[in-house]
Design a protein around this ligand. Structure first.
Ligand SMILES: Cc1cc2nc3c(=O)[nH]c(=O)nc-3n(C[C@H](O)[C@H](O)[C@H](O)COP(=O)(O)O)c2cc1C
Length: 397
């Protein structure tokens, strides 16, 4: 009798959404948008991952407000004009049997920054003069700059918080109209929602600050409004920084409490990342824990604990590069979905590599026919040639 297929390849359901396997391409900003618009570049970039066989593919962090972009080159959904080019991507992903997903985001005081390959720092006069990239006014929970030199954000008033919540709602409606099956609310990595969650930055004295309940309020309001417009048949994900990684900050215990509240509001999957504030100026004086040291699967324990204690499905991410490791995480019940980012940049066909590694799949049945037809004939030729010792390198007797 043959052994059951690995869990990584097992189809599953999220609400009414059928997903063909448990591999997800994690959201990755490519900083290639112009004026917030995705282009053919995004279609090809995400399309290659679709051909590669992932079950879920995320469009990168997409801004719900123009001022919520990290850089000038972020994708956006703050206007209806962005729907149609995104719909083209969602449609292609679906045509390949992938569940099209999009992450919605607001960078808060981490907005108005330069792209990573130009330093990722705040936009300065130099950027304005050399590239015409003007900085813009940012917002946060607290009027405290991220670090020295960064813009001092405006602390959102209660009325303005209401407007931000409305912007999330409108962006989610546009994402739905663009044809995405999954929406993820980005509440991690030191961006706006995390700037409210974490006591490292949130110094408010009103109902959106203070104790954990107050600090969670904005995230929960965003979740409620997004869930309200997202079809009941389709799932909502939330990405958390499960820990800030510093003393007196957001902890894993806080994340478990939040995850229970998320679940109660209809969130289907908690995507477990970490960090984003520690290391910046707001948290330089606090002592980082060793727990954020980057080993293979360093965030998996967060996914496991949230899954077990909050009773919600989780997605594990972070330095998962080996298919055996991915399979073990699933088999041990540490997470329900595996997300990869850089492994997929290196190897868009990672899932095919996993099929060979875990299932010893020699045929090319799961590949696109347009490729598999040829590769099935090509591989034996290559193996035969490799096995032959060419005359010119034969050792002399
Ligand atoms: C180029 C790049 C862009 C990223 N952009 C996002 C993003 O848009 N949203 C997000 O939540 N995380 C983003 N991340 C983090 C990844 O989603 C992922 O959590 C992280 O890279 C760890 O996974 P990995 O070890 O498989 O790369 C980005 C990572 C990379 C490498």
């Amino acid at each position: 009798m043959s052994s059951p297929p690995p869990m990584l390849f097992s189809p599953f359901k999220l609400r009414e959404l059928a997903v063909k396997n448990r591999l997800c391409i994690s959201p990755m900003c490519t900083y290639s948008a112009v004026g917030g618009f995705v282009s053919d570049w995004h279609l090809v970039h995400l399309g290659q991952h679709a051909l590669g066989g992932a079950g879920i593919i995320f469009v990168e962090a997409t801004a719900v407000e123009e001022r919520g972009r990290i850089t000038h080159s972020d994708t956006g959904l703050w206007d209806d004009k962005f729907i149609s080019p995104l719909a083209r991507i969602a449609s292609f992903l679906r045509s390949q049997g992938v569940a099209p997903a999009i992450q919605l985001a607001h960078a808060g005081c981490k907005a108005s920054a330069q792209v990573p390959w130009r330093g990722a720092s705040y936009l300065s006069e130099v950027d304005a003069q050399t590239r015409g990239e003007q900085s813009w006014a940012t917002v946060s929970s607290t009027a405290q700059p991220l670090d020295s030199g960064w813009h001092t954000p405006h602390a959102l008033t209660i009325d303005e918080i209401g407007d931000v919540v409305s912007a999330w709602r409108a962006a989610a409606e546009r994402a739905k109209n663009a044809g995405f099956d999954i929406v993820e609310i980005h509440a991690a990595h030191g961006y706006l929602l995390h700037q409210f969650l974490s006591p490292l930055l949130n110094k408010r004295a009103d109902g959106y600050g203070g104790d954990r309940e107050g600090r969670m309020r904005l995230t929960l309001e965003v979740v409620e409004t997004v869930r309200d417009v997202w079809p009941k048949t389709l799932p909502v994900f939330v990405r958390l920084s499960a820990v800030d990684g510093a003393a007196s900050s957001w902890t894993l215990e806080d994340s478990v409490v939040l995850a229970k509240e998320l679940k109660a509001r209809g969130v289907d999957v908690v995507d477990c990342s970490s960090g984003g504030l520690v290391g910046s100026g707001v948290a330089r004086e606090v002592e980082p824990f060793g727990s954020l040291s980057r080993d293979f699967g360093f965030q998996v324990p967060y996914a496991a604990r949230i899954r077990n204690e909050a009773g919600v499905a989780t997605m594990a991410v972070g330095l998962i590069v080996d298919p055996h490791h991915a399979e073990r995480i699933l088999q041990e019940g540490q997470a329900d979905i595996i997300a990869i980012a850089r492994s997929a940049l290196f190897h868009p066909y990672w899932m095919k590599y996993a099929a060979r590694t875990l299932q010893n799949e020699r045929a090319f049945e799961s590949w696109p026919t347009e490729y598999g037809f040829w590769l099935e004939k090509w591989e034996p030729v290559v193996e035969r040639l490799r096995g032959r010792v060419p005359n010119d390198v034969q050792p002399s007797s």
